[in-house]
Design a protein around this ligand. Structure first.
Ligand SMILES: NC(=O)c1ccc[n+]([C@@H]2O[C@H](COP(=O)([O-])OP(=O)(O)OC[C@H]3O[C@@H](n4cnc5c(N)ncnc54)[C@H](O)[C@@H]3O)[C@@H](O)[C@H]2O)c1
Length: 185
């Protein structure tokens, strides 16, 4: 991870926070992005104490304007992004019967729209990250095990199209150690 530039969305707490801290401990410079400002302040203070290179930024993943601002910040400082972790997410645990269309749309805006908008906004910086590193740049989408299991062969670009896009899709199922690499099988 040395000298890598990473952005982790939804990293004020939970899995995102520990992902950001782990990447930083391993040598990456990390942009930790979230809507929770108090928790971000706490993360910034702890990172300073521990001398971890974590920069906290406010980001609502549903907002293209927020993504554009954060892309400017990352690009202004480093001109590239090597790793984008789309971790921000929410869960509405109400039953189908108690969930309204607007509740459903809100979940989709955050969980799916956030990944789409983020990857779009960061693509120019990720391309530069891909050119700078032989291993390429990475977009890591965090989802539930159900989401990971639904990755079938059908939705993966293959052959010439995959090569043209320079994609090497992988799904890592991090349930318990050891992690199982699904890789579409
Ligand atoms: N913990 C689990 O068991 C579990 C299971 C399946 C999937 N996941 C997924 O893992 C990811 C992290 O989960 P977690 O357990 O750490 O959850 P969490 O609720 O602790 O953390 C989610 C983070 O996302 C942030 N977030 C929510 N909406 C946002 C928005 N619009 N813009 C920016 N940030 C936003 C929250 O503020 C929070 O910091 C989520 O995508 C979740 O769906 C977690």
């Amino acid at each position: 991870m040395k000298d890598r530039i990473a952005l982790v969305s939804g990293s004020a707490r939970g899995i995102g926070r520990e992902t950001a801290r782990t990447l930083a401990r391993q040598g990456a410079t990390v942009f930790a992005a979230d809507i929770l400002e108090e928790e971000l302040d706490d993360l910034a203070a702890r990172s300073r104490e521990e001398n971890l290179p974590i920069r906290c930024v406010r980001l609502d993943v549903t907002s293209p304007e927020d993504w554009a601002r954060v892309a400017d910040q990352v690009g202004g400082a480093f001109e590239r992004l090597d790793i984008l972790v789309n971790n921000a997410g929410m869960m509405d645990s109400r039953s189908f019967f108690d969930t309204e269309l607007e509740d459903f749309r809100k979940t989709m805006r955050v969980n799916m729209g956030g990944m789409f908008t983020g990857a779009k906004a960061m693509l120019p910086l990720l391309r530069r990250g891909g050119q700078a590193n032989p291993a390429g740049a990475s977009v890591i989408n965090i989802c539930s095990t159900y989401g990971a299991c639904s990755l079938g062969r059908g939705i993966r670009p293959r052959g010439r199209r995959a090569r043209r896009l320079r994609l090497r899709p992988r799904a890592l199922l991090l349930v318990d150690p050891p992690c199982h690499q699904l890789d579409g099988r």
